[in-house]
Structures are given as C-alpha cells and as structure tokens.
Design a binder for this molecule. Sequence first.
Ligand code: CU
Length: 128
Amino acid sequence: MRRACKHSWANDVSARVVSRAFRAGTIVALVTAFAASGITTCAVAQQTTHTIAMDGTRFVPESLTVKRGDRVVWVNKDPFPHTATAAGRFDSKAVAAGGSWSFATNAAGEFAYVCTLHPGMKGVLIVK
Ligand SMILES: [Cu+2]
C-alpha cells in the first residue's frame, strides 16, 4: 500500500522531498493543493442549479425548464415529507420536512412528476 502510494507521488515529487515535507509538517498543505486542483478540474463544466420548493403541498414552480446537465434541487418547506417522482426517470424518495434532494439532469425531455404521498401534487421538468 505505502509502496504504491510512494510510487505515484514519485511522478511529481521525489521520495526524498516528500519525506522531508512530511517531517516539516507541510504534507497537509501538499495534499490540500492536490485536492484543490482536482476540485478546480471538476468545476470547469458549466452547470446551473435550479430550485423547486415543495411548499403548501405544491411544487413551486410547477413547471421548470432547464438545460441538459443542469442540477435541480427540491427543497421541502412543508412540515411533512414529499417526494419528486417521475416513474423510471428520477425518484427523490421521501424528502423530510426542511430537507432537500438534488438531481443532475442528463437527458433531454419533458418529465411529468408527482409526489407519491400527495397524488394531486404535480410538476413538470423540461430538460432542453
Ligand atoms: Cu407530497
């Protein structure tokens, strides 16, 4: 395990530098720098986050249009659970009072969804 780790580190930093850094207590900063560069890479893709409230046993807004790849977050503002369920497409399961559930869209289409706990509670998510 340790040997494999050392080997991969050796690509960028000599084992001697790593061990010196470890002794000096700067290894944490080194690891943080690696992690930060990873996060930067992931954040390059453009992604907008949209919020739909579950409020008063309704989805607000009831209809929402987003771009493919966008993220949608359902936030439950009611004092009881709701779901956002489009059969075969997405299903939040029960979202507790005050809780939220997020879904990253990956396919275009028009997705009618309901709350399985309140059948009259309906919404449409349109992904372009
Ligand atoms: Cu509900």
